[in-house]
Ligand binder design. Structure first.
Ligand SMILES: [Mg+2]
Length: 124
């Protein structure tokens, strides 16, 4: 069975790109907003979450804080995706409780894939 990855991303082009990169190796379940993610993540039983930082309704850090508070999914690895890469971001997001950080646009798909594989291996 393919590992299941939840992709929380409001931009349709980015969802398509991530889907194209991950499709062969993983089962993908998508959420378009933070509120949708909060409504569906417990049932999604994802092995890993890719979580956009800028989302409508609830942003990535808010979704992460919620997830860490749900015992059934609290230990799921969560990788931040952000378009506004700035110096110090990595430290800031890791401090906020994300397991890893990948900046958009995703120019090198191996960066994303290797992060996903590393975190799936750690959590299995
Ligand atoms: Mg966004």
């Amino acid at each position: 069975m393919k590992p299941r990855i939840a992709v929380v991303e409001d931009n349709p082009d980015n969802r398509l790109l991530v889907e194209a990169i991950l499709d062969d190796e993983f089962e993908i379940i998508e959420f378009e907003t933070g509120a949708e993610a909060v409504a569906g993540l417990e049932d999604a039983r994802a092995d890993l979450v890719l979580l956009d930082i800028s989302l409508p309704e609830m942003d990535g850090p808010e979704v992460l804080a919620w997830l860490r508070g749900q015992p059934s999914i609290a230990a799921t690895p969560v990788i931040a995706l952000t378009a506004h890469a700035m110096a110090g971001d990595r430290e800031r997001y890791l401090e906020a409780g994300f397991d890893d950080y990948v900046s958009k646009p995703i120019v090198d798909e191996d960066v994303l894939l290797s992060s996903i594989r590393r975190w799936l291996a750690k959590s299995s």
